[in-house]
Ligand binder design. Sequence first.
Ligand SMILES: Cc1ncc(COP(=O)(O)O)c(C=O)c1O
Length: 387
Amino acid sequence: MTQSLAKRVEQIAPFQVMAVMARAKQLQAQGEDVIHLEVGEPDFVAPKAVNDAGQAAIANAQTGYTAATGLPELRQAISDFYQTRYQVDVAPERIIVTPGASGALILLSSLMADVGSEVLMPDPCYPCNRNFLTQVGAQARMLDCSANPDFAIDLDTLAQQWQAHTTGLWLASPANPTGSVLSKEYVAKAWQIVQQQGGHLLVDEIYQGLVFEGEDFTALSVSEDIFVVNSFSKYFAMTGWRLGWIVVPEWAVEGATKLAQNLFISAPSIAQYAALKAFDQDVLAECEARRQTLASRRATLIAGIERLGLPVAASPQGAFYIYVDVSSLTDDAMQWSLDLLEQEFVALTPGADFGQRDAHKYVRFAYTCDDARIEEALQRIERFIAA
Ligand SMILES: Cc1ncc(COP(=O)(O)O)c(C=O)c1O
């Protein structure tokens, strides 16, 4: 008898961007000067104070499991951060520290979605979301947002989308891949509709703090019954430390704790001790300086994309992404990206991974390298288009 994998594995699509990334790595290994605008990770390293604290944790042998919900002092520090930065009271008991936002989303999928249920989300959105739901026997239904401003779900028709087995709505702000930022009014209206349907609202705030236009707020200021996901990966540039958190409503703490215990036992202890330093004033000042660096890169890239005559498909108010419509140049953004890489050694992410509707029209630029490299990439793209 031959062994086989679980059927659900077939339902999980591999990432198409991997083809671009694999080829980019290959070309680089051959000595080509590849400009990486495809990865969701800027060229920043974790702040020094954070790295030092991680090393101290190892030196002090603070390497055992922590409480499943996280170090109490870290949950308190996150709670304080919500208070000082966003003027929102979030009891530390409602904060659960997780292995990245990924761990948070895995936990919340188990917590909120029954087998056979569905969760609504915008098309395009972060690709892993739908796979997390598949993992628990639920599914994502992506709502076509191609004609809507900033690819946001049309709230006037949201209630009509709700079916008997719809259990919730997942949003993100700032969003990946568009960089668009939702307004507080939008989140409040979405919450009102979701609440009327008896569903849950999850807002992924992993790019919180990386806002260049619009309001940097938390959905927790709208209601403490909204589920919020966050992470140390982006604003704090701690991607490899694998640390994130969720904020859950009071009534869900017990269930979420049970899942945290079973799924992860605890988030990495060394990372948690390191993250205690993330909220120090000098570290926050460094993160703010980086936000300003990103703002400058963003301006360079937007100006360059306009020069190329390509429409930016959504207002890129936050995160570090710009979603660009290349349909005037190609009807296959995936192939276009591969050709660009082959000929000019610029790596972008094709839209295909993020959604189903019209994804072939778009590419995502991530402004993850410095202004000079971005300018160089733009010149290469110009040459590629002209060729
Ligand atoms: C919208 C969104 N959510 C969640 C994640 C997962 O992040 P991490 O697990 O590194 O915290 C990412 C990563 O890029 C993302 O873009």
